[in-house]
Design a binder for this molecule. Structure first.
Ligand code: ADP
Ligand code: MG
Length: 733
């Protein structure tokens, strides 16, 4: 028998598959729930918080509206169908000997198997009131196994009572305590683990060893343990991330590419002379930064952030013209076919007939009819088209360019890094890359996520915008205001203007497949059985409404074909549709100056930045915009605060700051922005700016002495893991 398969400690490493130590069934359940496959991944599943048994609230004195933690025994469980609407409700009565409390769960019948009478556990949640009785709706709970000491005076019971209980992010089928058991098994059997932090760094910042930190965060004996463990692991995340970003930055700067200069009296000059407006100061400044970058023989790698409507497209087009002047081609990537088609139209319009003839802007998407697609492919390959606009199809293997000099990515949040990377490989030299985003990014986030990108900002809006007025329609307080929403919309339409109504779902219970939509979290909503407003239901409502009887109403959502969506968008842009009932597919970049009204139904189901983007669809021309944010969320709730924040300001940077603050728990780098699981579990860019800056400095020192990390194997290994797992947000461009 070798040491590797000896029983006891040291049987496996961070890369061991979970099925070994945990068995196939558990491993499968964990993979299904969280996507973890290895020991290291599950050990990176840190407790969301810790409950203290010593700070328990007695049931007899439960304060309303406060978060409480209670140790109690299940008395009885009942499941019944709800009377008013579809769905079931599970009620469990629990008691701690001083009183009885009801727990309620909507549509979670399966908890019956869990909450059996006689079982004891710890329950945590916010105390609500239902018909005069105290209750916890959707509490977190952890049931004890039967060996838990119950004699309150014994030493064992005292130790037990004083140790923090880790509460893990759990799912319906994997409870927190099951995860705790699996993690304990892994910690018991884990062999030696190399420290990703270099020893000097660890000592200078008084941090724990890696294994020690994992033990402390998962199995603390006192609060000080998990705090120290968390501090070490949080620093490690920042350090590994900054190492990766600094390495990438160095790699990028090591490449050479063609420098691109505009020629005097050339395409860019002709374009500037024909512009019907003056560029704003910010547009000029950012334009100069881009021109400087393009003139270097090193690939540009720049993010331009600017409000919706701040004129980023013009800035990008001028960069494309500079590249065309030196004989190169540009590719513009949009997140959807609708937007690609719209970009092409507005580029052709801005260029005018002469420049269009010279540059042959061409649409190349997956949905093109075969003959057209072939023609577009030829134009790209022959270099005849200097501007190629498209979606993912642009980076399909059959697409080649004669001389790709610049890649412009519109709305980086929707675009995979791998795709950008593939496109980068299309040129003989890596092309310059310009990323446009209308989602303002606070400095700390930019440093964390885009540590290898240069950032330019357009703050100034072009003059002559009529502005937008925003209002919250709080149905929880004012149910009677609902009809007024449609009246207001009708008033806009009757003045010859157009409006959008945005809904969170396509049909009742069919959500638009959109990563940014907020999950109605269990804790946030005791009411998640209620179907949200949908495109289908709003459409039916408007069609039946007397004031919309002769109005042209259409729908737009992700289940339609690209052709259908494009036809509808064109008709709307041409003024042939009065009201467009849509999901967030209309979110980015849609530009219809005559559109004046934006109604967002169930606005609390959207994120702050998403609402801000949606609002940016109106008030783009000389017509003043009106934005109605309709919500049923309770006054004072987090959901309501988010909606109110959006109504309170038009400043996207201010909103980004508020959003960070309101997210508290939420990981700004988490699933919502990366489109997947984030490997940054503990780092909070809103709070950890200083830590990130510190880690960056230390990482730079380590890299200065060991560029390829040859003498820092464990760190190199962590960087590799991060690359593999987190390429969704780690910007490789
Ligand atoms: P963004 O892409 O940043 O949302 P666009 O580039 O689409 O914004 O610009 C929005 C609208 O404003 C377009 O119709 C564009 O022609 C116009 N525009 C851009 N820059 C200016 C400017 N400096 N002055 C007036 N209008 C402008
Ligand atoms: Mg745009």
């Amino acid at each position: 028998m070798t040491a590797a398969d000896a029983p006891g400690a040291g049987r496996f490493t961070l890369d061991t598959r979970l099925s070994g130590p945990l068995g196939g069934r558990t491993a499968q359940a964990i993979e299904r729930a969280f996507g973890y496959r290895t020991v290291g991944q599950l050990l990176g599943h840190y407790p969301r918080r810790y409950a203290m048994r010593g700070e328990l609230t007695a049931l007899a004195s439960l304060p309303l509206d406060e978060n409480v933690t209670i140790v109690a025994e299940v008395l009885e469980v009942r499941v019944r169908d709800m009377r008013q609407r579809r769905g079931s409700i599970l009620e469990a009565k629990i008691s701690d000997g001083t009183g009885i409390l009801t727990l309620t769960f909507f549509n979670q019948k399966w908890r019956e198997n869990d909450l059996r009478p006689g079982r004891r556990g710890i329950f945590a949640g916010k105390v609500g009131d239902y018909k005069g009785n105290r209750q916890l709706a959707h509490p977190d709970y952890q049931l004890f196994d039967d060996a838990t000491p119950l004699d309150a005076d014994s030493a064992a019971a005292k130790r037990w009572a004083e140790s923090p209980i880790p509460i893990y992010p759990a799912t319906g089928s994997l409870a927190s305590w099951q995860l705790a058991n699996s993690i304990a098994l892994l910690l018991d059997g884990l062999g030696p683990v190399d420290d990703p932090l270099p020893e000097v760094v660890r000592e200078r910042r008084s941090l724990l060893g890696h294994l020690e930190a994992l033990e402390a965060i998962h199995r603390p004996e006192a609060a000080a343990d998990w705090k120290a463990g968390r501090r070490t692991l949080r620093f490690t995340e920042a350090f590994v991330l900054q190492t990766a970003l600094l390495q990438r930055r160095a790699e990028l700067r090591a490449h050479t590419t063609s420098a691109r200069h505009p020629s005097s009296g050339g395409l860019l000059d002709r374009f500037d002379a024909s512009l019907p407006f003056e560029l704003t100061g910010d547009q000029q400044e950012v334009g100069a930064e881009i021109a400087d970058d393009l003139a270097q023989p090193v690939p540009m790698n720049r993010l331009v952030q600017g409000e919706v409507g701040s004129g980023k497209t013009v800035v990008a087009l001028r960069a494309m013209l500079a590249v065309a002047d030196s004989g190169g081609q540009s590719a513009l990537l949009a997140p959807t076919e609708v937007l690609a088609a719209q970009h092409l139209r507005s580029i052709a319009r801005m260029l005018g007939p002469d420049l269009s003839a010279a540059l042959v802007p061409t649409l190349l998407t997956g949905q093109l009819p075969a003959a057209e697609r072939k023609k577009a492919l030829l134009r790209a390959a022959a270099g005849q088209s200097r501007i190629v606009v498209g979606t993912h199809a642009l980076i399909g293997e059959t697409v080649s360019f004669a001389d790709l000099g610049l890649v412009v990515v519109d709305e980086q949040h929707r675009f995979g890094v791998e795709q950008r990377e593939a496109l980068r490989l299309k040129g003989q030299h890596p092309p310059h890359v310009l990323v446009l985003t209308a989602t303002p990014i606070p400095r700390t986030v930019a440093m964390t996520v885009f540590g290898d990108l240069d950032v330019s900002t357009i703050r100034e809006l072009p003059v002559g915008r009529a502005g937008i007025e925003s209002f919250v329609v709080p149905l929880a307080d004012r149910p009677g205001w609902r009809p007024r929403v449609w009246e207001r919309l009708a008033e806009e339409v009757e003045q010859g203007r157009q409006g959008f109504v945005v809904c969170p779902a396509i049909e009742p219970r069919v959500a638009e497949d959109d990563g940014e939509q907020l999950e109605a979290s269990e804790a946030d909503s005791t009411d998640d059985a209620k179907p949200g407003a949908s495109v289908a239901s709003v459409l039916a409502e408007l069609e039946a409404h007397p004031r919309f009887a002769d109005k042209r109403i259409a729908q737009l959502h992700g289940r339609q074909s690209a052709e259908e969506k494009d036809t509808t968008m064109r008709a709307f842009a041409a003024g042939e549709i009065d009201v467009l009932v849509a999901t967030t597919v209309i979110e980015v970049g849609v530009d219809v100056p005559n559109a004046s009204a934006m109604v967002v139904v169930d606005a609390d189901r959207f994120g702050v930045s998403q609402l801000h983007q949606l609002r940016g669809r109106v008030g783009r021309g000389a017509v003043p915009g009106l934005c109605l944010l309709v919500t049923s969320s309770e006054s004072g709730s987090l959901a309501r605060q988010r909606v109110e924040a959006v109504a309170a300001t038009l400043d996207g940077f201010e909103l980004a700051r508020v959003d960070l603050e309101l997210r508290q728990e939420g990981d700004v780098l988490g699933a919502s922005q990366s489109g997947g699981r984030s490997s940054l579990k503990l780092l909070r860019v809103a709070r950890d700016g200083d830590l990130i800056a510190d880690a960056r400095e230390l990482a730079a020192e380590v890299l200065a002495g060991d560029e390829g990390l040859e003498r820092h194997g464990a760190l190199a290994e962590e960087v590799r893991r991060l690359d593999a797992e987190a390429s969704g947000y780690l910007n490789k461009a």
